[in-house]
Design a protein. Structure first.
Lengths: 105, 436
């Protein structure tokens, strides 16, 4: 009876750990695709395709307010918060990826 | 003449008022109930956060207004984490605005000072909006005197808030409960009596502007215990040590950062650089760096044309261009349409007076450590791209010389707390100990 209980608990613990790690892995996978989807949600880009070296001002609606929407979308998805001085010089898609990665380690 | 541009009481809106009628309106406003007193600070913070989210949306009625008037920064500033950080920096525990809190065994309450009169400057009006929002957070009544160029922008923002209803923690808060504490007015520059009316009822005078504007406000009658928060005229500069110009990639990044600082409000803010001190004998020469900078400026100027070129400024820039192109050990790179100018000075490291309009002086120095000797007093922001070994020496020396803010190049354009050496919110409240 006791050993059954212990095995059960171990089984549950392992399941939880695997599930938790998968979640963490998914959460931390910040790549171009992830950021591209953030841009599309925030700026409603339709069929427009961003590139790694796309710049602020080049992508439709990536203006000062669009920038804030990208940041808000990132904050929502990553469950983090950015300070103003962290986001001010983030002016390429590549830098947005770096910014997101810097917050989720 | 005077005008009331915003009030939730519409009766006297947009009428030209005599000083007598104007004073009557100011008195009535001061006597009216301040509904901010009934709103908890946490609710106000959440309302600001909600406004930030709403105004950044493409569906917002104010979207274009924000874009056209460079108000994007306000969206970030209003975010909950930013506001909480600013409040705690000023007050230690922001809930002291709602009720007495314990500070080292003593209960203290932060009570609003009363009426804050804000004189907003024409160069960077967003700073005046930030001071107004700080006045709201501290639950003061606010009278805002706007410049003529900014007459209707703030009014539109406040009308938008007035129309809203916020649901915060199951409580309904009307936008008018917030904007009821605000009066936006316009008073002619020459109407000293109109300005005196504003000044004499103020518990806090919060003034942004140039030397002349600030001096004229300081001379007005005021209450004996009125607090003055003065954000007067100042200038800023930057420093670059040779190791930051070690290759093209680093130089390009630095040039992009300088471009951001220079093009931010076209150098009209007191935090924009005009003189940049560069250490000589770097791998990328000063001339090469100036050329990289020229290309960055050109790209930005193509996207963003300089508004309202003033003939006197243009004449001054032209004279300086002629002087630099005909003098020994001086060079100049410029745009033919007066969109920007880059002056390189190998001979005279002393600070040059600002020409504004995206004009910068690259002052070449033998050793970056000597640059601090050339700064004028009363410098606002120093942007630094210097080696770690020099940093400590510099920061101390710059602060001793009166520098009020030290930051990285590329972040000079940010508005920070404290500003001009002042924690404004702290000075908008009375600190009341309670030990009964």
């Amino acid at each position: 009876m006791g050993s059954n209980f212990a095995l059960n608990a171990l089984y549950r613990y392992l399941n939880f750990t695997i599930f938790y790690n998968i979640l963490q892995f998914m959460k931390k996978k910040i790549d171009f695709e992830f950021i591209s989807s953030v841009f599309h949600s925030a700026l409603d880009l339709g069929k427009y395709k961003i590139k790694l070296n796309s710049k602020f001002g080049e992508v439709p609606d990536w203006d000062s307010l669009g920038h804030m929407r990208i940041i808000q979308e990132l904050e929502k998805r990553l469950k983090v918060e950015f300070d103003i001085d962290e986001i001010i010089d983030v002016d390429t898609v590549k830098k947005v990826i770096q910014l997101a990665k810097s917050k989720v380690k | 003449m005077n005008e009331i541009l915003f009030s939730i009481k519409k009766k006297y809106l947009n009428l030209k008022l005599s000083n007598q009628d104007f004073e009557k309106n100011i008195k009535n406003f001061i006597l009216s109930k301040n509904m901010l007193e009934d709103i908890r600070i946490k609710s106000l913070i959440k309302i600001f956060n909600e406004l930030s989210k709403s105004w950044q949306s493409k569906n917002s009625n104010l979207y274009k207004l924000f874009l056209d008037n460079n108000l994007g920064y306000l969206i970030g500033w209003l975010k909950q984490n930013n506001i909480e950080e600013i409040l705690n920096l000023n007050l230690s525990n922001f809930e002291v605005l709602d009720e007495p809190k314990l500070f080292n065994k003593k209960k203290i309450y932060a009570s609003p000072k009363g009426v804050i009169v804000h004189w907003i400057a024409g160069n960077v009006p967003i700073l005046g909006i930030l001071s107004l929002f700080q006045g709201i957070l501290t639950k003061n009544k606010n009278i805002v005197k706007v410049p003529s160029s900014f007459k209707y922008i703030l009014t539109k923002i406040l009308n938008d808030i007035t129309k809203r209803t916020f649901k915060i923690d199951n409580k309904v808060i009307k936008g008018s409960s917030i904007t009821g504490s605000i009066l936006v007015v316009y008073v002619d520059k020459e109407n000293k009596d109109g300005h005196t009316i504003l000044s004499k009822y103020a518990d806090v005078r919060y003034a942004w502007g140039g030397k002349e504007a600030i001096e004229s406000i300081m001379q007005l009658d005021k209450k004996i215990d009125c607090e003055d928060i003065i954000m007067g005229p100042k200038i800023s500069a930057a420093l670059i040590s040779r190791d930051f110009l070690k290759d093209k990639k680093n130089s390009e990044t630095l040039a992009s950062n300088i471009t951001r600082d220079v093009f931010n409000f076209d150098q009209l803010g007191c935090n924009a650089p005009h003189n940049i001190y560069i250490e000589k004998n770097s791998k990328i020469s000063v001339k090469e760096f100036a050329e990289i900078l020229f290309e960055k400026f050109k790209i930005e100027a193509n996207k963003n044309k300089l508004n309202n070129k003033n003939p006197i400024d243009t004449y001054n820039i032209l004279s300086e261009r002629v002087f630099y192109s005909t003098s020994n050990k001086k060079e100049v790179l410029f745009d033919n349409n007066y969109e920007f100018s880059i002056f390189i000075d190998y001979a005279n490291p002393k600070h040059s007076s600002p020409l504004y309009n995206r004009s910068i002086y690259l002052k070449v120095v033998n050793d970056i450590n000597e640059a601090a000797n050339y700064f004028p007093s009363g410098i606002q922001t120093i942007g630094m791209a210097i080696s770690k070994s020099s940093e400590k020496y510099f920061i101390k020396k710059l602060i001793n010389n009166g520098a009020l803010r030290i930051t990285k190049i590329g972040k000079m354009g940010l508005y920070e707390t404290p500003w001009d050496g002042i924690l404004s919110i702290n000075r908008m409240v009375k600190w009341v100990p309670i030990s009964h």
